[in-house]
Write a protein of this length. Structure first.
Length: 249
């Protein structure tokens, strides 16, 4: 079923670095957007330099079922007001896919409450992702493991809260391992962190990666048929027997 997706990208490396522009001439967001459109989703894109709101106005988020976030060098330039708005929408049910170096984004750190740091190395090494939860819909259509031929290494310890569900573990040629696909719920919303995706390697052009992203959009989409949640002072639903009130002496 087609979901309304907003693909957000920092979109600086692609404009400033020829090696990156060769892999992603129209930006990482363009490749992700095409893949999600091919999977049947309705996709818009937004970038850091799309005005002071970074293309993420209230109207845009209101019309977004799932937001994907890629950032790396300019996390600090993301407006706090936008971060808070994204957080509110996640708590209200909007899905959020946090991609690769967005582990250090303001929004991910805010939603996790931890430092979110990790080991890294850029040596074009092989990564092998293993499915650790074959019952999970994010693994639909995937083999039990697959390789990213050239990857930036991310290694443990990854400073995140324990994922509610761990969907992928990665092994790297240099010996490290990493929790690569982490599911969380925050309020009424769902958050998925997905590791692969460095700007100088064609990771987002890879079929298995595109399949994971399309599946994750479906998984993270709001639960339209879920209950209305009320928070605050609440009248009892049943009659309360006040004779056994042991707090009154
Ligand atoms: Zn990277």
């Amino acid at each position: 079923m087609g979901r309304r997706v907003t693909v957000w990208n920092e979109f600086r490396h692609e404009r400033e670095n020829d090696a990156v522009a060769e892999v992603y001439p129209d930006g990482i967001h363009a490749v992700i957007a095409d893949a999600l459109e091919d999977a049947g989703h309705n996709v818009e894109t937004a970038t850091l330099d799309d005005g002071p709101q970074h293309g993420l106005s209230e109207e845009v988020l209101e019309a977004t079922d799932v937001l994907t976030w890629w950032g790396h060098a300019a996390h600090d330039e993301v407006n706090e007001e936008v971060v808070e708005r994204v957080q509110e929408h996640v708590l209200d049910g909007m899905g959020l896919l946090v991609l690769h170096s967005a582990h250090m984004s303001k929004i991910f750190r805010k939603l996790m409450g931890t430092g979110c740091g990790l080991k890294w190395r850029e040596a074009a090494e092989t990564e092998r992702l293993w499915v650790t939860d074959p019952s999970h819909p994010i693994t639909d259509g995937l083999p039990e493991s697959f390789e990213v031929p050239e990857a930036e290494m991310y290694g443990e310890h990854f400073d995140i809260p324990a994922p509610e569900t761990l969907v992928f573990n990665s092994w790297f040629e240099g010996g490290e391992v990493f929790r690569s696909g982490c599911c969380y719920s925050r309020g009424e919303g769902r958050v998925f962190y997905f590791r692969p995706g460095h700007e100088t390697y064609p990771v987002y052009h890879q079929e298995e990666i595109q399949q994971v992203l399309a599946n994750a959009v479906e998984w993270a989409a709001p639960n339209e048929d879920g209950p209305e949640i009320y928070r605050g002072n609440h009248e009892p639903i049943e009659d309360i027997d006040i004779d056994d009130d042991r707090t009154v002496h």
